[in-house]
Design a protein around this ligand. Structure first.
Ligand SMILES: Cc1cc2nc3c(=O)[nH]c(=O)nc-3n(C[C@H](O)[C@H](O)[C@H](O)COP(=O)(O)OP(=O)(O)OC[C@H]3O[C@@H](n4cnc5c(N)ncnc54)[C@H](O)[C@@H]3O)c2cc1C
Length: 616
């Protein structure tokens, strides 16, 4: 194993892989280190069997018991998929509403080469220009902000140090190089170029969502219509990564043949879902200037004064090694990146002094405000023929809508087509909790057997249609990632301690947005005589375990900015007090954006890659 590189990238997901790809293509010597295994699609495996399995039980793994001592939920059962970490090894701990500490899988995206992009639903929306300037927007608005009695929003909101125009070319780059299908028309964001692949035909169940979104747009005023949700799944051959879509018997490309609901929550054995492994890392895997080390956990970033010199890691055999680099990029997903920096500070007083020059590391941790509404359709649909979200609308993201409703920030609304498309996912998400349990859910419904169980299947399977929103969460200093004072991982290091709550305005915003989602369903069928049953609308703050839930969107904690006293990272995502240490996962975000974050993490990572190319 080589022990010196130009650049080490820690984490191979959305924040790490774009940088590795660009720097390797430019001839630099790059190492990517990831804790998780390398699981490959079928075409990369001799004998054509993928390391991923199209087996629901395998994807949900077997039942486990939480046995970490000292937690309020020690002894409960849980299921994690085979690409998530075992939380007995390294739990995330959160402070519950009763002040006690609970172990949770929340806040882990995935532990596998490709990170969360192996499991994600692939919804790849851009943020709006307003999302990047929420301080300016709220400072200059005409109508007051509702439900913010102490003026927290104006005090705590920050504009990003780059505007939409600076990020836009990198959205284009990500859309092309990652491989995303979708449509441009009706999106309320400027585009300099459109690189989307052609979307597949929507699942018929989504026509209700489409019609409801059209009607909602009209009723809100300007008539903003829906568009096909950009999804990171290729529907045409993708020259950038060399991936091809399935051929029919005549050898012709057949995009629909790859249509499957094994997208959200599943690793894709076909390699059509554009994980960062298949899209960005696999294409460079044979280059002599690239190395990828799976199953290696980075334990510390090592520094001498203002320069980091490399990382310490445990190799797959558990042996500790030091690897040198000119530049270190940390992209472990926000919680684990903050933790790695804090653990590095624990081991070195000078690192500590520099990284904690202000009290901001770990602060302003963000997820998203999320929720929606759900209905049961009058008939069953074959949802196994779906990607994920077919339709999206920006009609609740305009500044006019925000002014009118006293909101500080907007949201994207989209439908979840593949929700519960497979039998096990129906059980997995029924009564779902932060431990992603099958049977804990049923413990609250012990009558779920016999006829009740048959009736449940009959009523639900292939019939649920949900409309979701994804919205900015108000940044709060007290929402933070710390190191837990007692609980340690299997290597004896403090685990991440997540302390967070919802702001009063978050609750209000979620109520407003959930109502819009409910309206999509109300207007989507027969708007007068509703030919289907609307089950309800709600948001995450109402859930029993609301303090744990994160929508798998792990953001903030090391925000970037123009003022070293008010941010952890500079505008290029370099840690202010180190010459050559960068953080490029979702931690850099000062506000969480009104849409799913991964495309923006990837675009920003391409942007930082261009900056790095100017300095090495
Ligand atoms: C089920 C699910 C559905 C989702 N759906 C969507 C969606 O539709 N749209 C969307 O935008 N987002 C979605 N997300 C979120 C998306 O996965 C994340 O936003 C994205 O992956 C975050 O990128 P990242 O670079 O911050 O972290 P990741 O992509 O998770 O990468 C972090 C990597 O770092 C590695 N790592 C961590 N610590 C260490 C260490 N100490 N040493 C070495 N390696 C380490 C991890 O193993 C991991 O591979 C979803 C996530 C999940 C789990």
């Amino acid at each position: 194993m080589q022990d010196s590189f130009d650049v080490i990238v820690v984490g191979s997901g959305a924040g790490g892989a774009p940088i590795a790809h660009r720097l390797v293509q430019a001839g630099h010597n790059v190492l990517v280190v990831d804790k998780g295994p390398l699981l490959r699609p079928h075409y990369e495996v001799p004998g054509e069997r993928s390391d991923f399995r199209r087996d629901e039980i395998y994807a949900s793994s077997t039942e486990k018991i939480l046995h970490v001592p000292g937690l309020a939920n020690t002894g409960v059962s849980y299921y994690s998929s085979h690409v998530e970490p075992d939380i007995n090894d390294e739990p995330h701990v959160y402070k519950g509403p009763d002040g006690r500490d609970y172990g949770t899988i929340e806040g882990y995206t995935a532990q596998v080469v490709g990170g969360g992009t192996q499991l994600y639903g692939a919804v790849s929306l851009r943020f709006t220009p307003t999302d990047l300037r929420l301080k300016s927007f709220n400072d200059n608005r005409r109508k007051p902000i509702a439900h913010d009695p102490n003026g927290d929003i104006r005090r705590e909101a920050r504009d990003w140090p780059i505007d939409y125009r600076a990020l836009e070319p990198y959205y284009v780059m990500a859309e092309e190089m990652v491989g995303i299908n979708g449509t441009r028309e009706n999106q309320q964001k400027p585009f300099s170029a459109v690189k989307y692949q052609k979307p597949l035909a929507p699942n018929p169940i989504s026509s209700y969502a489409h019609d409801g979104m059209v009607e909602l747009g009209k009723r809100l005023g300007p008539g903003i219509a829906p568009y096909r949700t950009p999804l990171a799944v290729i529907t045409e051959d993708h020259p950038w990564s060399g991936r091809q879509i399935p051929r029919n018997a005549k050898g012709e490309p057949d995009p629909e043949a790859g249509k499957t609901s094994y997208v959200n929550r599943y690793g894709d054995p076909l390699g059509l879902k554009s994980s960062t492994w298949v899209a960005l890392l696999s294409p460079i895997k044979d280059k002599p200037n690239f190395a990828i080390w799976p199953n290696c956990v980075v334990t510390h970033v090592v520094s001498e004064g203002a320069k980091v010199t490399g990382v310490r890691l445990l190799d797959p055999g558990g042996v500790e090694r030091f690897v040198k680099a000119e530049i270190v990029v940390v992209a472990c997903s926000a919680i684990e990146s903050v933790r790695l920096l804090k653990l590095s500070a624990m081991a070195d007083a000078e690192f500590d002094r520099r990284i904690n020059r202000n009290p901001l590391l770990g602060r302003y941790f963000l997820t998203h405000c999320f929720g929606g509404a759900r209905a049961l359709m009058p008939k069953r649909f074959d949802k196994s023929k779906a990607l994920d979200a077919d339709w999206a609308t920006d009609c609740c993201a305009t500044e006019e809508f925000l002014e009118e409703n006293g909101l500080w920030a907007g949201a994207a609304i989209y439908n979840n087509t593949s929700d519960q498309a497979l039998p096990l996912s129906l059980f997995r998400t029924y009564g779902s909790q932060d431990l992603d349990t099958l049977w804990n859910g049923f413990m609250g419904a012990t009558d779920m057997r016999g006829d009740r169980f048959i009736d449940f299947l009959d009523a639900e399977f292939g019939r649920g249609l949900s409309i979701s929103f994804m919205a900015n969460q108000v940044p709060q200093f007290d929402n933070r990632i710390e190191l837990h004072p007692q609980i340690e991982d299997k290597w004896g290091r403090p685990v991440a301690y997540v302390i967070k709550g919802w702001h009063e305005h978050d609750r209000y915003l979620m109520d407003v947005m959930a109502k819009q989602c409910g309206d999509v369903l109300r207007y989507g069928g027969d708007p007068v005589g509703h030919d289907y049953q609307i089950e309800g609308q709600g948001s995450i703050y109402m859930a029993e375990n609301a303090l744990a839930r994160m929508a798998n969107h792990i953001l903030g904690g090391a925000r970037f900015g123009s003022d070293p006293n008010d941010s952890v990272l500079d505008p290029q995502c370099r840690v202010w007090e180190f010459d050559n240490l960068y953080v490029t996962d979702g931690a850099f975000m000062p506000t969480s954006g009104g849409a799913n974050p991964t495309l923006t993490i990837q675009a920003n990572s391409f942007r930082v890659a261009d900056h790095l190319l100017t300095r090495i």
